[in-house]
Design a protein. Structure first.
Length: 380
């Protein structure tokens, strides 16, 4: 379990950073900086010993310190981090020095972090305005993430949408439930030990699927709402995608994100989701999720399709006509997205239209569940 670090390990980390910059500095520096620090009413005595090549932190009191610093631990951190000017620190009484203060020349004057080469991956014009710079996708991947795969309602509503897209371009459908994606363990080896490669690289199917999507211009993420979010198999897939970014942080659109390791500036995505409840608000958690994901992956969401009451609509004689209109609109949506990088408002309105929602509908739905339970019919 991780606990907050206490002053001595923090000082050790600081000395490690100083060591990185140390060879650039005055090699004549040899001596001892003694600290008498106070933190939470406790006294901390420690000293940094410098011997031309190394800096070492010791606890306790040194025999002949070159310079002695007396202050609170926080004031010392402010001084070392450049937030507290040493002269002002002395004048205000926050810091007390004794001995040869010129010895501080061993402290590097430049940034302790040194220079890091961060790969460039700026915001693209396509990301900012995908429909304006839309190019007809050559290849589309549909990642169908219902744990019930081809037998689910997600697949039922997806079919006409895919048909529509197929009239315009090549579409491949991948049922995620047929693949094995191990959950991310948070080990960071994909960033630190084997950059870009998860430790499960050859042990499951993530890599193969991620490559497929990278090469496609458009990916459709299709899934049912599970417990107000997406099914675990899809979330596992997204968690593992962290291996495809660098750990560095860069500016994005109004917030910070990681640069991508593999760049295809034509990638875009469509969110396609269905749920059992009646109200569109049930999709809000995943809408927010995909907005964030889209930004962090530098990949615009060009279309969103949400269908409530997915189960209630199916096989119900009283909603049969509406269902057919919805399926027809889904096919149109498929064509529209490929042609223009967006779905017409009218089409979306038909797809997401309200079909039930009155109190008496609840009675009918609850009767339906009871009938299913007593008839041993597994088709739900
Ligand atoms: C574990 C589980 C959790 C669900 N949670 C929700 C939910 O939070 N909100 C909702 O509207 N529907 C929920 N549903 C209903 C599904 O979204 C709905 O049955 C959908 O049609 C299932 O799609 P599928 O047949 O492709 O699996 C849930 C279903 C399951 C199995």
């Amino acid at each position: 379990m991780k606990e907050p670090l206490s002053p001595i390990p923090i000082m050790e980390k600081m000395v490690e950073k100083l060591m990185l910059a140390y060879p650039d500095h005055d090699r004549k520096a040899e001596g001892i900086i003694q600290f008498h620090l106070k933190h939470n009413n406790k006294k901390i005595d420690c000293f940094i010993q410098s011997d031309f090549e190394n800096l070492v932190l010791n606890e306790g009191i040194a025999d002949n310190p070159t310079v002695t610093i007396k202050s609170t631990f926080y004031n010392w951190l402010d001084l070392a981090g450049g937030k507290l000017n040493p002269i002002l620190g002395v004048i205000s009484g926050k810091l007390k020095f004794k001995g040869d203060t010129s010895f501080f020349k061993i402290l590097p004057r430049k940034s302790l972090n040194g220079e890091v080469l961060v790969p460039e991956d700026p915001v693209t014009r396509f990301e900012k305005n995908p429909s304006k710079y839309w190019k007809k996708p050559q290849k589309v991947i549909v990642l169908s993430a219902s744990p019930r795969g081809q037998n689910g309602y997600t697949n039922f509503y997806l079919k006409p949408f895919i048909e529509g897209m197929r009239k315009k371009t090549e579409v491949e459908i991948v049922h995620l439930n047929k693949y094995q994606i191990k959950p991310c363990t948070g080990c960071f080896s994909c960033w630190m030990n084997t950059p870009g490669e998860c430790m499960f690289h050859d042990k499951d199917d993530f890599h193969v699927l991620a490559e497929k999507m990278f090469e496609a211009d458009l990916t459709v993420y299709a899934f049912p709402i599970y417990a107000d979010g997406m099914p675990g198999i899809l979330k596992n897939f997204f968690d593992r995608s962290v291996s495809r970014a660098y750990p560095y942080m860069i500016e994005g659109m109004k917030r910070v994100r990681h640069p991508r390791r593999y760049i295809n500036n034509n990638n875009s995505m469509v969110v396609f989701s269905i749920c059992g409840f009646f109200e569109m608000i049930n999709f809000e958690p995943v809408r927010t999720y995909f907005k964030a994901l889209s930004h962090n992956r530098h990949t615009p969401v060009v279309g969103e399709i949400y269908r409530t009451t997915a189960v209630g609509l199916y096989g119900n004689p009283f909603t049969y006509k509406k269902l057919n209109n919805i399926l027809y609109a889904l096919e149109n949506a498929g064509e529209e997205i490929i042609d223009s990088g967006k779905i017409k408002r009218k089409t979306k309105r038909i797809i997401s239209q309200k079909v039930v929602g009155k109190k008496q509908d609840l009675v009918k739905i609850n009767e339906w569940w009871n009938e299913k339970k007593s008839s041993q019919d597994n088709n739900y």
